[in-house]
Design a protein around this ligand. Sequence first.
Ligand code: ATP
Ligand code: MG
Length: 429
Amino acid sequence: MNVKLNAVKGMNDLLPPQSAAWEWFEARVRDLMRSYGYRNIRTPIVEPTALFVRSIGEVTDIVEKEMYSFSDALNGEQLTLRPENTAAVVRAAVEHNLLYEGGKRLWYTGPMFRHERPQRGRYRQFHQVGAEALGFAGPDVDAELILMARRLWDMLCLRDVRLEINCLGQPDERQRHRRKLIAYFEAHADQLDEDARRRLHANPLRILDTKNPAMQELVAAAPSLLDELGEESRAHFEGVQTLLRAQGQEFTLNPRLVRGLDYYNLTVFEWVTDRLGAQGTVCAGGRYDGLIEQIGGKPAPACGWALGIERVLDLLEQDGAVPAPPQPDAYVVVTHPPAQERAMQVAERLRAAGFAVVLHVGGGSMKSQMKKADASGARHALILGFDEWEAGEVTVKSLREGQGLATQQQQVLLDAPGALERRLAGALE
Ligand code: ATP
Ligand code: MG
């Protein structure tokens, strides 16, 4: 007997009817992006490993232990399934010289891969929507990106997500802060967990991001990066806050918000909720002014965010906020076999007119076909039996209550131009 094959752990199939919620969500995202002038970009799912190591940073969770990396069996190239997409978008922008005539607003969606411990809101294949504004330096674009996310929450009627922001300053300011942090943590070395001890000299800022409850107190009292910010960084951060306030967007300053990737500077932010347990961040991003140059482009500033689709949909499902998927307008029942060809013609004609029509296939009795029609969720059955076949008609039978129909069942002549279309359209309104 053959061994049953299952999906890879932490990688999920998405089946109907749940997939309809994803389609609905994706349609809202497309509307959102269009309304802000962001244009879609699609990059490969596999990239050279070096792209992520160089951009995300060597001493990060992602690069240290979460990447699906392999060497191409045919030519030995070192490749990685993308764990995030900012680096790839920047790579593509540099490779195709997208910034030659100024800034670019881009967005993407698709699967990302991280070898994490699967749990609610945390998968090995998960999906993100991201927005990246390349080539814009000012706090205005930071605020724009944040407001875009807010508008998406509004469009989705998503409640209870709040905004946290921080400023990571510039590399020299981080350097000063880093020295103070190391001194502080060294003075409390006995309270550090293994991860923190390992990161102490490689990437002490990341210790602030620890999820270990035993270290929260220590981390809360650590020297703050905000105290090290120079005038320009302060002005930028103030600029973002002023714009947010002017748009009525509330936020909290979280000096411990450092993000898990090394490429960020200045503004960083997260949209968080208390309704997803430990996986409470639904959207995260910030400025990454050094990344374009780091990936080989002419220096140019940039800012962006990514949201986790599974987490957003989890919230929407908790709220019952996902609308029911649209049902077919009609299900065509064919009980007289010679009428099959005409039935297909009718279905095609209605589809061309914009209706969603399911055509019964495989024959069977009137009763069994009507059962299928009902189960399909269609609002009408269009019946083609012997009598209809002879008369050149189709019987339109309403399958759902409360549609204001004068009659439950009615014959419509097929060669009366537009009659069937009008009958369906009228009945559907
Ligand atoms: P976390 O702290 O939850 O691990 P992160 O900082 O690693 O998140 P980012 O790299 O900033 O996450 O990715 C942006 C968003 O993508 C996250 O806020 C989250 O909503 C989603 N996300 C990240 N990793 C996963 C995952 N393994 N499964 C599902 N969603 C994820
Ligand atoms: Mg993570």
